[in-house]
Every structure is written in C-alpha cells, then in structure tokens.
Write a protein that binds this ligand. Structure first.
Ligand SMILES: Cc1cc2nc3c(=O)[nH]c(=O)nc-3n(C[C@H](O)[C@H](O)[C@H](O)COP(=O)(O)OP(=O)(O)OC[C@H]3O[C@@H](n4cnc5c(N)ncnc54)[C@H](O)[C@@H]3O)c2cc1C
Length: 501
C-alpha cells in the first residue's frame, strides 16, 4: 500500500469508528480506562510493512497510561503530530503522550511487542523530522517538562521534554549555566544526545560533554541508570550517539559558575565589507580565548543586499572581555549593532522569532576546521548570487574546550572541527517546497567539498553508510552498545547505528 493510500485508509477508519482515548485518569479524576477502540488500527511495522493493531491491545495500552493515547480522531492529535519543521507532514497511528517514565515503559513495551515503527519526540526540532513517523507510534515526551537545579552540587536534573530556555532560566537564576543551543524552544534532550553546540561551548565543551548522568528506558522496557560510575559505557554512547540506545527519561547536567550578565550581541556589516570581515574572522576566531564564543552569519534575500554578521558572547569577567573584544570592536567601526552587557537568557532567545514553529525549512550542513581562501571565495560567490529564496549561513563555533576533548572520549568523534557550517532557508507555501529543496541540494554540491563530516543533529537526509562513516573509529564501540541495549533496532529514527547481534 502506498503512503497516500495508507493515510486515507487510516483517516477513513478513524472517521468511521474511532473514539478519542482518555486513559488512566480523566480530567475530573474519574477513571477513563474503560474507553476503548471501536476498531482495529492499520499501522506500520519497524520494517515498513503494513500491520494491524487489535482494538483490545490499543484499549489496554490506553488504559495503562497516565497520559493520553491520541488517535487520529482525537481533538489534540492534529496539534500533537506536528513538529517544528512544516515540511514534515507525518501521521503516526498512535501518539503516546507520556507524563512519566512508567508511561514511556508501557509505550516502549507496546512498540516492541508489536514490532511497531517507533519515533521518540522531545522538543520536536529535528529538521529532518526524526521525532515523528507515518503509521507508527510517537512516544511524545513533551508533557514531561521540568528542571531541578541543585546549586550546591552545581547540577541540573531535566525531564526529557524540557526546552533549552527552561534550562537556561533555571540555572542562571543561581549564577550557573551549561552549554545549550541558541534557540530557546529547542529540545534539550535531542540536542544533547547528538552533541550540542552553543555559546558556552568553547568554555565548557559541548552539551553532551556536560551530560553526567541519565535514566534510559531501553528497548526491553528496563530502566537503566547511567553516570560516570554506573554503566559508564552507556553514558559514553549517549554523548553523541543520539537516541539509539533507548528513551532517555531523565538527564543530569554539570553546571558552571557563569555571570547571568554577559557581554553579548551582534555586529552586522554591509556587503562591501564582507571580504574584510571573513578574512578577519578566519584569523581571529581560531585564536580567541575560550571565554569568547563567536558565530559568523551570512545572509541573502531575494531583494536587497546580502550582509555578514558576527555574534559574540563573552561569559567571564567583563574587563577581560573588553580586552578580548578589542580587535572585533575595531573592525566593527563600520558595522551596525553592538556587543554589550546583556542578560545571557536574552541573548539565548534573540533568534527565536526567526525560527517560528510550523514554517517550512530546509538545511544542509557540514563541519569545517579552517577557513581557507577557497572557503572564503566560495562563500562570497554563494551570497552575492541572487536567489528566489532567503538564505542564511551560520558558522557555529565549536572550538576551545569542545575541541580539546579526545575523539574517543565520547561518541561525538569530530573534535577536530572548529565550526559547523550550516545553510538554511524557509518559506510558507507548499508549492515552493520542491523547488527550494532541489535548489538547496544543488547549492550544497558547491559547499560540501569545503566540509568534512557532519553534525548528526543538522543532517537532512538519511543515509546509513554516511552515518556509519560519520561516527568514524567510534562506530564499532557504538555497535556493541546498540547490540546490548537495542538489538532489534526499535530506536531507528535517528542517526542510526545498525545492530549486528
Ligand atoms: C531552530 C533550531 C535551532 C537549533 N540550534 C542549535 C544549536 O544552537 N546547537 C545545536 O547543537 N543544535 C541546534 N539545533 C539542532 C538540534 O540540536 C536538533 O534539532 C535536535 O534534534 C533538537 O532536539 P529536540 O529534542 O528538539 O528534537 P526532537 O525532534 O524531539 O528529537 C530529535 C532526535 O532525538 C531523539 N530524541 C529526542 N529526545 C530523546 C530522548 N529523550 N530519548 C531518546 N531519544 C531522543 C529523537 O528520537 C530524534 O531522533 C537547532 C535546531 C533548530 C530547529
């Protein structure tokens, strides 16, 4: 059955027979476990085959959950199935809206027993839509949001659906912080498990380097605690190996003392200064102190002049920061904008509006170690070419402390890289999707040779061979972990490590 027919069958069955499920406890406190499916449910297995889920099994799952089990007829289904990127339009057969580890365990057991295609969703920001699927089960962690900071131990404990803004706000209230990404409504779990670049990364390492413990619901439905002392090999794998080994139901981070007011902001130059800015940056960025994090942006729009910007975040003593920023300030005499005393959390949400939920996005990215004259030449050419869609490039910094970690110290192998070079575009009309995506793919053929390897969290296309090569020498060790914790490859909607057991 083709995808469209499958969806039509699903929708028809739903319209004719299905009731929305409320399970466990209804809003008024009365048990609603008696609510049941009126019909069997067509679904997709792990290998893509069509299967049928018996109505009694669905009813049993619904009754066992404290959260809701959403079927396509449920009023909340439509909203719950949607993810950040509007080009992803998938329809899971079931959405298990989990409110605790017990719900996750029941959803995992159900998925394993039925060999059901399984997606795990935290913040839903995977550009390629890894946190949803057609015809399978979405294990939705978004109701599980919460942060507990232990200021004495400098530790933060996160529920798995927590967004980065919550982590930043809770920890900075205690004069503490850890590396997090640069858009505040991104999920902490997905970002950390794949790596996690951010504005404290050159000082404190990647987000995954600061993950010091986790609870993991493995494919067998067992909750495994991992830390540097308990099952440390699993922690090694979580630090860059993505969601391959199970559903992480709790994350524990190392926090660092950070002044909640940083020297932060952005300078933007007009196009006539672009080459001088790039030449400056190629020399300045690799030599800057760890406390200074910088990202370089280039932008072009269908109408109007392209531009280039440098964002800076100095997170230590301000007087020392002024000295470190001196060369940048000199260059910025011809720029607009400023780098000034700013709340860290304000800096961390300054791009939120530009990445609104539900718009259509496409991105390509790869890792870069040096900004060679050839790279600068190519970037100049790319951004002075007029295109019918807006284009933004971010050279996101990942040097300093993140760079000094040994490639085999965590599953995140690409420690030689200094930047993740990503290009992204966005649009609103479905009619533009095919042309924009095709154009971005062609454009990337020009830029990809400047990169080596990629950041799994920014990857748009699935390619098992590319994933294997990208994990580099760490791959055999990751396969061993996969064999131990997920030999049936239940958790395959990620930068997948294929088990051999
Ligand atoms: C606007 C925007 C800004 C971004 N900025 C940055 C940035 O500054 N730095 C950076 O490093 N990255 C950044 N990213 C990339 C980001 O790291 C990925 O999109 C990441 O996947 C987001 O995590 P999520 O929880 O929101 O994703 P989801 O889509 O929910 O999940 C992504 C993947 O992680 C898995 N997963 C999520 N939670 C769990 C869990 N608890 N247990 C097991 N598996 C899980 C999912 O199954 C899926 O495979 C950005 C992305 C966007 C869209």
């Amino acid at each position: 059955m083709k995808r469209r027919e499958f969806l039509r069958a699903t929708a028809c069955a739903g319209a004719a027979t299905w009731l929305p499920f409320r399970s466990g406890r209804a809003a008024d406190g009365a048990s609603a476990s008696g609510a049941g499916a009126a019909a069997d449910l067509p679904a997709r297995s792990l290998d893509g085959a069509q299967i049928t889920l018996a109505r009694t099994d669905i009813s049993d799952l619904a009754a066992s959950l404290q959260g809701e089990l959403l079927l396509p007829t449920h009023a909340r289904y439509e909203q719950a199935r949607r993810v950040w990127n509007g080009t992803i339009d998938k329809h899971p057969a079931l959405i298990a809206s989990c409110v605790g580890a017990a719900d996750v365990m029941r959803a995992v057991n159900f998925a394993r027993e039925h060999k059901l295609l399984t997606a795990v969703r935290a913040g839903g920001h995977s550009t390629s839509g890894k946190s949803t699927c057609d015809g399978g089960i979405m294990i939705d962690l978004s109701p599980m949001r919460g942060v507990r900071v232990d200021p004495a131990r400098r530790t933060a404990y996160l529920e798995p659906g927590t967004l980065l803004g919550q982590l930043d706000r809770e920890s900075t209230a205690f004069g503490l912080a850890t590396t997090a990404g640069t858009v505040s409504n991104t999920g902490a779990a997905g970002l950390t498990l794949g790596g996690g670049f951010g504005r404290l990364g050159s000082r404190f390492g990647l987000a995954c380097d600061n993950l010091i413990g986790a609870d993991v619901m493995t494919a067998s439905g067992k909750l495994v605690r991992t830390s540097e002392k308990e099952n440390p090999e699993l922690l090694w794998g979580l630090r860059g190996g993505g969601g391959n080994f199970g559903v992480v139901t709790s994350l524990e981070y190392r926090l660092h003392q950070v002044d909640p007011i940083v020297l932060g902001g952005m300078y933007t130059w007009s196009w006539k200064d672009a080459r001088a800015v790039l030449d400056f940056y190629a020399d300045f960025a690799p030599r800057k102190p760890d406390e200074l994090c910088t990202d370089l942006f280039m932008r072009s729009t269908p109408n109007g002049e392209p531009g280039v910007s440098i964002l800076a975040c100095w997170s230590a003593d301000h007087a020392a920061g002024e000295r470190a920023l001196e060369p940048l300030r000199k260059l910025a005499r011809t720029a607009q904008g400023n780098v000034t005393a700013t709340p860290y959390v304000k800096l961390q949400s300054m791009f939120d509006a530009g990445f609104a939920d539900g718009r259509k996005y496409y991105q390509k990215s790869g890792l870069v170690s040096t900004l060679t004259p050839k790279t600068i030449e190519t970037l100049m050419e790319v951004f002075q070419t007029k295109r019918p869609y807006p284009l933004t490039m971010q050279l996101q910094g990942m040097g300093g402390a993140a760079h000094r970690v040994k490639p085999d110290a965590t599953a995140f192998v690409h420690r030689e890289a200094l930047w993740d070079m990503g290009i992204i575009t966005n649009w609103d009309n479905d009619a533009d999707s095919a042309a924009n995506i095709a154009a971005m793919r062609v454009l990337w053929t020009q830029m990809e040779p400047l990169t080596h390897g990629f950041y799994v969290n920014s990857r748009s296309e699935d390619d098992l061979k590319a994933f294997r090569e990208n994990y580099g020498d760490n791959y055999p060790r990751l396969v061993k972990l996969k064999n131990q914790y997920d030999p049936m490859n239940l958790f395959r909607l990620n930068a997948n490590i294929v088990p051999t057991a």
